[in-house]
Design a protein around this ligand. Structure first.
Ligand code: MG
Length: 94
């Protein structure tokens, strides 16, 4: 079984290779807003949020609501279960 943390690391590593892309992992502490995505960053000045799930899983209603909140503000926001999916969220070809 693939751990979500492994997928998050893979996505993070891949996004780091994209020029003008900064990516950060949001660590789960008491200080974060519940439901905000695993990864966030900026691609050529555009803020993005990516929720990572294990294959066969999907975001919780709260996670969907948070993604929608970011999207409504103008950010890129989506979810993925693998690297290709995350690139699709950012509209970056593999
Ligand atoms: Mg997640």
């Amino acid at each position: 079984m693939v751990l979500e943390s492994r997928i998050v690391d893979n996505v993070k590593q891949r996004l780091r290779e994209i020029p003008q892309c900064v990516v950060r992992k949001r660590h789960g502490t008491a200080y974060i807003t519940r439901g905000d995505a695993d990864l966030y960053g900026s691609l050529r000045g555009r803020h993005f949020e990516i929720e990572v799930k294990r294959p066969g899983k999907q975001p919780t209603p709260l996670q969907f609501a948070r993604l929608e909140e970011w999207r409504a503000s103008g950010a890129i926001a989506g979810w993925a279960t693998n690297v290709a999916g995350a690139l699709a969220v950012l509209e970056c070809a593999e």
